[in-house]
Ligand binder design. Structure first.
Ligand SMILES: C[S@@+](CC[C@H](N)C(=O)[O-])C[C@H]1O[C@@H](n2cnc3c(N)ncnc32)[C@H](O)[C@@H]1O
Length: 252
């Protein structure tokens, strides 16, 4: 039987200001977010909730296009970076978790960057689905991605494939890599390591995470049980075969 691990606080890499400052540099041009901007346009959503918005790249982009946007994240250090981005003043930022949302009545909720996998416990996942349902309007949409378990992404989460040295303004060189920890499916634990090479004395910080890899059928069943209709399950065009993009619709 699998161990159920509840994530209660955001991981250090989202919550420690020194590590969050590296997030956008590490994640590059965010081609992965195009899928969501396209889905928003396809379904004609004019008001959107970005759940687990992190450093706010998508939320700010959508706000700059004239949409009404709410960004939600429990990591204050991530929201601080988000608030400094262009168009951030047009976003309503909520410091909180996606399992307890106000009744916003938005057209669509989004979860990018595999946020879906942070809800490791069944109770949290079910609470999330119900909370989103109450936060969007009847007939509204929920689009999110989650890694395909069969693609076994974690096999690449090792120093040999993840090691990089970044040039970070104000920090100098920062070496970073990922070390795989326990794989006890559906749970996978790993550690991000950050070495601040140009600090006056050597500093190494790390951030431990555990993600849950749910199967397509498991997610479909949980959505239906929570009252959603599964409208589509797509491939992410920039990550073929690696992630499911679920699009669910709230009943009327
Ligand atoms: C991998 S990051 C993705 C951030 C952003 N969506 C993106 O695409 O860059 C995961 C985010 O989920 C947030 N998170 C963790 N637990 C959460 C929860 N219970 N509710 C909402 N967001 C949560 C973290 O703080 C972090 O910002």
């Amino acid at each position: 039987m699998s161990t159920v691990v509840a994530n209660t606080d955001p991981d250090e890499l989202f919550a420690n200001p020194r590590l969050v400052a590296l997030y956008d540099i590490l994640n590059g041009d965010r081609e992965d977010l195009t899928v969501y901007a396209d889905v928003v346009a396809e379904f004609g959503a004019r008001s959107v909730i970005d759940l687990g918005c992190g450093t706010g790249t998508l939320a700010c982009h959508l706000a700059s296009e004239g949409l009404s946007v709410v960004g939600v994240d429990p990591a204050m250090a991530s929201l601080d970076i988000a608030r400094a981005k262009p168009a951030a003043d047009r976003v309503q930022w909520i410091h909180g978790v996606a399992q307890t949302l106000p009744r916003i009545q938005a057209d669509m909720a989004l979860m990018t960057g595999n946020v879906a996998q942070v809800f490791t416990a069944d109770d949290d996942w079910d609470a999330l689905l119900r909370s989103v349902e109450a936060a969007i309007r009847p007939g509204g949409w929920f689009a999110f991605e989650t890694r395909v378990p069969e693609a076994r992404a974690w096999e690449q989460w090792v120093p040999a494939t993840t090691q990089r040295v970044l040039d970070v303004p104000g920090e100098g060189r920062v070496e970073t890599f990922v070390e795989l920890g326990e794989v006890n499916l559906p749970f996978v634990s790993f550690r991000h390591v950050y070495r601040f090479l140009d600090a006056p004395s050597p500093i190494e910080l790390d951030s431990r995470s555990t993600l849950r890899f749910r199967s397509r059928s498991e997610i479909t069943e949980s959505l239906i049980n929570a009252g959603w209709a599964v409208h589509d399950v797509r491939d992410a065009p920039d990550r073929p075969g690696k992630e499911y993009v679920f699009i669910a619709q709230r009943g009327n």
